[in-house]
Design a protein around this ligand. Sequence first.
Ligand code: GAP
Length: 522
Amino acid sequence: MQKWVRKKISYICSMLNQEDLFKKIISHAKEYGFVFPSSEIYDGLSAVYDYGQLGSELKNNIKNYWWKAMVQYHTNIVGLDSAIFMHPTTWKASGHVDAFNDPMIDNKDSKKRYRADVLVEDYMAKIEAKIDKEVAKAEKRFGDSFDKEQFVSTNPRVTGYKEKISAIGARLYKSMEENDLADIKALIEELEIACPISGSRNWTDVRQFNLMFSTQMGSLSDDANTIYLRPETAQGIFVNYLNVQKTGRMKIPFGIAQIGKAFRNEIVARQFIFRMREFEQMEMQFFVRPGTEMEWYEYWKETRVNWHKSLGIPEENYRLHNHEKLAHYANAAADIEFKFPFGFKELEGIHSRTDFDLSAHEKYSGKKLRYFDPEINESYVPYVVETSIGVDRMFLSVLSYAYTEEKLDDGSERVVMNIPPVIAPVKVAVLPLLKKDGLPEKGREIFDALKVDYMCQYDEKDAIGRRYRRQDAIGTPYCVTIDHQTLEDNTVTIRERDTMKQDRVPVDQVASIIAERIRPQL
Ligand code: GAP
């Protein structure tokens, strides 16, 4: 666990309604140069975002923290950087051409398109909210003697709601599995679900919508030249698995890690950078001997949960959700979910993908993708355990946790981004107390020494209190202040962002003190 302690003087965040909180996070992200809408001068492009001066730093730090944990710290995992464009047959073999679909439905009055399953799930969430309301009411009524577990299992209204949710869910997922689009429409009609924009129930039929973006390669525009923007980075790893295994002389079990862009033409692209049309993934495929995959699946679930915990974000923000309903290629799957302002949602997936992908590529390419295992003297198609996390989603989880409004003892307020120091965009701000008496010169000298190892900012404008607030708002964990005493005894103060505590230390110890405090706890 990271040693830095998250101490809040007075916490008013919990008083904020979660929707307001989310809006504040989005506007803070824009105001301070973390995230901008893409091509904003043309009114933006739906579900596409640009990362600004601080956002690009935070994003790089997240990626480095992941790469370090996965590649640098494992002797049996190596990296890869495969192309976004791949041979079109790749996507036939992987199943994406035929099955990477979402069921969509249009409202004829508003002309708005929705994911049919999401409409039903939103309906189920509304019933869930009714249960929460009943629980809150009862909690108020019974006070300390309230037994929540007993209440939700016996209260007739709550049990009725629960039965309704499970009946709707069972029917929806059965219809999805059987590709019974007519029944999904029938369900929407029976539940009398209305379009949130027009309020009408004037729906089209449900149709499948492929999520891959396609384009033409070369000058001819016929089907033969259709290629896709990859919807996941994983396939670049699968098709290179033998190249890497042979040239890297890798022995099973081993992994290949990759960070790169992926593209999905999401029907419901909303919630800021949670669901985007262009996003980045950090994926690792771990190749194992068939029959050992469940052991490795458990290992990677635990290892990935520990990676998240190592950032120091409190555990209650995460939960593990084991999938009951599995994709056709998986024999086990789980999500690490994060408590976003709009509820617990998937942050990372860990999937035991069997030999589905490699076997399919063998079949479609006609090339053998086997591994000769000297320990058992046998050749086989390896099984794969995958870990897959979106960089942007991780970014949003960090922002969601970090954004804090505090009321201080002196009655003033501050917005502080409690970004884990190891991934903070700026690690140190160097601040001469005054813009005279030789303090700026000393400040520059310290800045020049620290910038070699850390992303630093130098700031001599405005009163020191305002400068501290500016650094709090962008999540800088340490401020080094140069004052007149510095010129006398070569000491400075280091101010810690979360506690606002200041320590006086010799200048020549600043770099090592900061190094110690931001060392990865992997
Ligand atoms: N190779 C497996 C795979 O792609 P996935 O569950 O579809 O699995 C993995 O995606 C992760 O990628 C998700 O947990 C999420 O963090 C991220 N992700 C998926 N779709 C996304 C989107 N439209 N926008 C942002 N991140 C996305």
